[in-house]
Design a binder for this molecule. Sequence first.
Ligand code: CA
Length: 104
Amino acid sequence: MKQLEENSRFSPFDFDGDGIVTDDEINKAKEIREFEDKSRKHLAQLRLARYSLIAIGIYTLLLFMPFISDERIAQITKISDLFYISLCSVVGAYMGFTSWASRK
Ligand SMILES: [Ca+2]
């Protein structure tokens, strides 16, 4: 328990506004902080997965553009295989971890 001074930096934790930060309120603040961290992490992963999908789409479209010759496509096929596999595994890992985390 902690009695607060005026405009203390702990006053945001005083949820019921009585000027005292109880252990309960500290725990609640901790939970909120953890939740915020978790959702920030989740957002970053979502962004990564989304950009991977977009990159796959753009790359595939680029391959069909007239200014890229068939010879060049044949040359980069090996790289593009790796490209697809790695980006797809990012997306797959995202979906896997998301459903695994929501089941916990
Ligand atoms: Ca309080």
